[in-house]
Ligand binder design. Structure first.
Ligand code: IVH
Length: 667
């Protein structure tokens, strides 16, 4: 009887795995979603009834398991290396020539360079046993539970072998958009690009969250392929496909010289924006394993391969409108609003045009064809106007003279236009958004759109209104789109914000020219809001790092009766007015050391990262030198990263940084 049930369960697993493979790996479904769900639910029911019979490669494991405390470190069996990067055709020719000096008539495999993060999967007797991140190449992190949720990762191979498979964990463009829509809805910070989204999702301690993110896996490499009788990279790729992995078999190709390589790059560049997944270049590998062995490795990288990276992507679109927005200081910014276009995996429809001079210099006109690219891979920018495609009679750009919101006549100061009306509604909402933002009071769950809505409905007109929300909690709960839970979470985070240390409040007030860093210097110096508000021009200019402009702005802020009233009122509402971060907890890892941050961080904002370092007795600097203790790198690091490598300064990923912080504050 039990044997029958076991057989039935095995049968269901086989059928579900086959259907999953066809759907997720081959993209060629053969059964309906309903049929799939029925089999899946039947298996789930049997596993619940007979837990002893549940197989550890069961597809029901893909929903995620128990949340972890932290990721366990694991050593790679063979180091997980990456290739050197190149950026243009000369470098391709140099590479080709270098290879040809050592091997005769090489064939190259050409593969899209997937834009995610590399992962190592170890199978024992054909069953997925362990998955790890690359880490520093020698030690990675055990992410097995999370990787099991990825549908295109086979939990069981078609052969009962022991093998390590490497490939890219990535997020499709569609999943990326879905995740960001969800994040935006919840008032959370959106992922900047699919790579960050994949990295952030795979490093969730709660694998149930990973399971919902729609990650994918593309296999591209077998270490020690000779063990399986393979003679070339293209045979490795074929073998991976046969074992049940998703490979890029439709796009991978072979070439023999730089001309063919360049042709492939050009063709792939054209296909790029229509591919469902993000790629950022082409990986070139010498195909024959015998040749690879001849070429070997340098101290850091294999000599038998290289990664060509595409130039920053530019996309053409049409400028539909130049829309002027008003910031919290009254600053007017012209923005380019254009037909939505995909740039490197995300859909963009606007970019800043900074100010009048910028618009005149670029000579942008509504109706122009413009090219857009992502600056630093994150913020879209207008690269240029395609003048050769300009239609006749497009009127030249003209700066507005009155505020687009309150119609007050604008004033101009140092090339920037301002709305001088301190009661301008736009300035109010921007001020409220700033007040609640992460580096300011960090009121979780209240994002831009909620603030706009509450402002329009009259619940939130000024800063102090945040702290009256609890009085009409019940009314808020009846609003469409807000549940009991979201409102009570909101009220809780408003309550928590009262305890913030002084520097957050100083920054949140939005005093012109007082950024987060300055706010911190001021909080440390004055310790209480009382002291700070009574300061003088002379006293302020004596503080290192505080210049005339900032000093004047602060004095003028506190000479305004409305601002004085606001602070009084905030105090009465119970906000902390003291600097409470003072006591630094010294830690060996951070104390007295200098750190440099580079690239776009995912887990922390820049300011948070700096705060954490300082709280542990460390310092941050903007340039790398021999004295730098470590460089913390986010996505797309710049020259600081290269310099750190040159100077052999320790390089920490953001995750490693997070762990070191955790270890340091535990002590
Ligand atoms: S092969 C020894 N193949 O790009 C290097 N890598 O430097 C073995 N990548 O870090 C990697 N697509 O994360 C290889 N088809 C592909 C790839 C690929 C993306 C990533 C990988 C690696 C970097 C190459």
């Amino acid at each position: 009887m039990l044997e029958d049930i076991k057989k039935k369960m095995n049968d269901l697993i086989d059928k579900i795995n086959k259907a999953s493979y066809e759907y997720y790996t081959l993209d060629e479904p053969t059964i309906t979603d309903q049929e799939y769900d029925d089999m899946y639910n039947e298996l789930l029911r049997l596993e619940e009834k007979y837990p002893k019979l549940k197989r550890n490669d069961s597809p029901t494991n893909r929903v995620g398991g128990e949340a972890l405390e932290k990721f366990e470190k694991v050593a790679h069996e063979t180091p997980m290396l990456s290739f050197d990067d190149i950026f243009n055709s000369e470098e391709i020719e140099v590479f080709d020539a270098r290879i040809k000096k050592q091997v005769k008539n090489p064939t190259y495999t050409l593969e899209p360079k997937m834009d995610g993060l590399s992962g190592s999967l170890i199978y024992r007797d054909g069953i997925l046993e362990r998955a790890a991140t690359r880490g520093d190449g020698v030690i990675g992190e055990n992410i097995t539970t999370n990787v099991k949720t990825i549908r295109s990762v086979p939990l069981k191979l078609t052969e009962k072998i022991n093998i390590e498979v490497r490939g890219e964990i990535y997020m499709s463009k569609l999943s990326f958009q879905k995740v960001n829509i969800e994040k935006k809805k919840n008032g959370e910070k959106e992922f900047a690009n699919p790579r960050n989204a994949a990295a952030g999702s795979v490093r969730q301690l709660d694998s149930k969250i990973t399971a919902q993110r729609g990650l994918d896996f593309m296999a591209y490499f077998i270490p020690n392929p000779d063990k399986y009788g393979l003679k070339s990279q293209h045979e490795s790729l074929e073998y991976l496909k046969k074992l049940g992995f998703k490979t890029n078999y439709k796009l991978n190709s072979l070439a023999h010289n730089s001309k063919e390589i360049e042709k492939y790059i050009e063709d792939l560049g054209i296909k790029r924006s229509n591919l469902p997944f993000p790629i950022d270049g082409v990986v070139l590998k010498v195909d024959s394993l015998e040749d690879e062995a001849k070429l070997g490795f340098t101290a850091r990288v294999p000599r038998w391969g290289i990664a060509y990276k595409f130039p920053a992507l530019e996309v053409l679109t049409t400028l539909k409108e130049i829309k002027f927005t008003v910031g919290r200081t009254g600053k007017i910014t012209p923005n380019a609003i254009f037909d939505p276009v995909h740039v490197d995996g995300s859909l963009v429809s606007k970019a800043t045009l900074h100010n009048e001079d910028y618009c005149l210099q670029k000579d942008v006109r509504v109706g122009d064809v413009i090219s857009i690219r992502k600056a630093g891979d994150v913020i879209p920018e207008v690269v240029e106007v395609k003048l050769d495609r300009r239609k006749d009679n497009l009127p030249p750009f003209k700066m507005i003279e009155n505020c687009p919101i309150c119609n007050t006549k604008l004033i101009k100061k140092d090339a920037i236009h301002y709305c001088p009306n301190s009661n301008c509604p736009a300035r109010h909402t921007e001020g409220l958004i700033h007040f609640a933002s992460r580096d300011a009071m960090n009121i979780d769950g209240i994002g831009e759109s909620i603030i706009q809505d509450f402002y329009n409905m009259g619940y939130l007109k000024k800063i102090t209104d945040f702290y009256h929300f609890n009085e009409y909690q019940e009314q808020l709960m009846t609003l469409e789109g807000f549940g009991e839970k979201s409102i009570s979470n909101m009220i809780q985070s408003i309550e928590n914000s009262k305890k913030n240390s002084l520097e957050k409040l100083i920054f949140a007030l939005g005093i012109p020219h007082v950024g987060a860093k300055t706010a911190k210097i001021l909080a440390i110096k004055y310790k209480t809001m009382d002291n700070f508000s009574k300061t003088s021009l002379e006293e302020l200019t004596n503080i290192p790092d505080i210049g005339e402009t900032i000093a004047q702005s602060i004095v003028s802020y506190f000479s305004n009766e409305n601002n004085k009233q606001l602070i009084k009122e905030l105090k009465r509402l119970g906000l902390n007015m003291k600097y409470t971060k003072g006591e630094t907890q010294e830690s060996e890892e951070f104390n007295g050391k200098t750190f440099v941050l580079t690239g776009s961080l995912e887990i922390f904002t820049r300011n948070e990262a700096e705060e954490k370092i300082e709280a542990l007795g460390g310092k941050t600097s903007s340039s790398v030198s021999k004295k730098t203790a470590a460089v913390i790198v986010g996505a797309n690091p710049g020259s600081k990263y290269t310099k750190a490598k040159e100077l052999k300064i320790p390089i920490w990923t953001e995750q490693e940084f997070q762990e070191k912080l955790a270890n340091s504050s535990e002590k």
